[in-house]
Design a protein around this ligand. Sequence first.
Ligand SMILES: Cc1ncc(COP(=O)(O)O)c(C=O)c1O
Ligand SMILES: [Zn+2]
Length: 403
Amino acid sequence: MTKALNVVELECSACGKKYDASVEQHLCTCGKPLLARYDLRRAAATLTLENLITRPRTLWRYAEVLPNDPPVSLGEGMTALVHAGRLGGSIRCGSEGLQRLYIKDEGLNPTGSFKARGMTAAVSRAKQLGAKALAAPTAGNAGGALAAYAAAAGIPAVIVMPADTPSANVMECQAFGAKVVKLNGLISDCGKYVAEHKDREGWYDVSTLKEPYRVEGKKTMGYELWEQFGGKLPDVIFYPTGGGVGLIGMCKAFDEMQEMGWIGAERPRMVAVQAEGCAPIVRAWEAHHTSAQFFPNATTVASGLRVPGPLGDQLILRMIRQTTGTAVTVTDEEMLQAGRELASLEGIFAAPEGAATVIASRKLAATGWIKPEETVVLFNTGTGYKYAEAWQRALQSAGGGAA
Ligand SMILES: Cc1ncc(COP(=O)(O)O)c(C=O)c1O
Ligand SMILES: [Zn+2]
């Protein structure tokens, strides 16, 4: 369809089977996700720090390592990397605080979360491939992002979400003109609904990891860190992990950077942060397993972390292992309290998922796993403005009284 694709082929992340990137592709025949492969030698010739200076301040600045369709863009990416000096001082490694603590504030993206990154890439590609309608299950933010990019692309969207998804996510999808289906269940049930209906209804399935390009959009978080740190990567990255696409995407970016000769074999240590009430990856990590089991009765205020059976479990666990990272849980009460801290110390109004990383970093600093001089990045994956219900609870429990 499109000539001279940047993506030279798609490759199964588990069995290595190759697929043609010029036509619609979803999972491998073995059931695992496909990843996009590029001619990185060619990319490296023009993708340089120097050339980046004059490029647009969106994630499409990394054009050589993205699908080269005309972008359906709302100005996503190049989010602020904020030095969090006051919060860092409160995260104690023995007698010292963290001097080089940074927040990557993904709440500044269109539709208020990092999900915009994945959807700009996926929807741009889907449009080029002639998709007639886009569908995805969502914990909340991915639905809002898909609905927005589908609107911008002029393609109908169907968003399937748990009935108790935060109200802002429901409203934004409706405002963007998407069809919203609410189910009494979890994102895993919503995923089944999409799988059962898509062929009959002619939907292009944009579910997490069931098409290859959301990972491509999300990996730009890794490229941005490299660029914003002046051609270096941090020592540790804390990432709130639901489906795990952000973590998988960044690790893919680091591998590409190594292949382009930008970095060596060293990697930031990736820390997957999950909710105590839904922690399939942490449980598998603690048990030294290479795949995760379905987490029963999943419940947490961090709706984006309520993913009991992530399709990318093996990839997530492999990447934590390869980067000598780790995985930790945080309770809902801890997240709500950390959200207040992040807001009052740094002026960042975060989603509970983002706030969870504050607690996780404090826990690992206390054990000596992080050293005070290390560069540490916490990902605030979404804005707090969409979590009215959670923030009401947070302020009430602080005795501040919610209006
Ligand atoms: C705010 C927020 N943070 C984190 C996540 C988890 O994302 P990932 O699929 O990359 O693990 C989500 C997913 O819905 C989210 O909305
Ligand atoms: Zn395969």
